[in-house]
Design a protein around this ligand. Sequence first.
Ligand code: ADP
Ligand code: MG
Length: 342
Amino acid sequence: MNDMTNFTKIKDIGEFGLIRRIGELTSHSLPSGFTGIGDDCAIIPGSLGAQYAVSTDLLVEGVHFVKSEIGGRDLGYKSLAVNLSDLAAAGATPCGAFLSLALPEDTDVEFVDEFSKGFDEISKAYGCPLLGGDTTGSKSGIVVNVCVIGHRGKNATVSRSGSKPGDIICVTGALGDSGAGLEYVLNPALERDEIAVELIKRHHRPVPRVEEGKFLAQRPEAHSMMDISDGVASDLPHILERSSVSAEVELENLPVSDLLQNKYGSQPSKLYHYALHGGEDYELLLTVDSRYYADLSAGFEKKFGKPLCAIGRIVAGDECKARYIENGFGMMPGGAPWSHFC
Ligand code: ADP
Ligand code: MG
């Protein structure tokens, strides 16, 4: 008998145990060229080698956002932004989006108007029109689901599963701002200076790295890629597991913004905590063939005006674990990874 049946509550098996279980109970072999559960996007083959990338994300009041803090406009913006980030991870160009809303009956129409304006703002900026959706009532809080569809050329094959020992682990931008902003959202009594206001903005208005993803996904030396939604400490293991490798990450190399540096520069453990565990930065995390890293990074910097930050390397080891190093010494930074269920 499968020992998973001993558990009765989803908090016992966690989000990924639950997804695995759903996948096992519904599995059937996929047609050639399809990719299903396990990556940022599912891939559906089109004609002439083109591929469609599809992804969906839920935002639930009280779990993913505090309504009074985020407001309608930023919620609309963020709902699409986090989905576009999954298309970015697959190197796909957005085609369109579907929006489903479950709303308590006493929700102000103005809130939904503002939501629609925020959604429209990012939809126009990224060329991702709203194509449909569903609307219903809710007995407890707002639930937002967005599904996005994108397309990519036949040369873009990047997924979470191609990393090889020796690869350089990179990120496309600063980490930790969003997590530091969340701290203020969850603790309204904390005094908010100008930096705090900016950090909260980073949390409510993430920038999906769609152009960066398209650029990187076309390069065969980019072996694996995903977006950082839960923090490097939670997300890197997905690449490691899908690729059957391990990793070493140098904490001093984690890029942080000037904002975070100004606020917590004298407390390195706090900086490392936000950069590794903060989550919701929606930068891209990728591993690159070390022989071509310098070239790729130079090309990336020329196009995007910022470096491709190397934070560590992939090593052999099918235990699929990351070892964190500070000043040459191995250590395990504290802080529990993000979980929706405990
Ligand atoms: P992301 O953070 O990139 O949105 P998730 O961590 O939410 O990805 O999901 C990981 C993988 O599990 C994805 O491939 C996603 O499509 C799949 N997945 C998540 N929830 C379910 C579900 N309820 N049924 C089927 N697949 C799911
Ligand atoms: Mg993702």
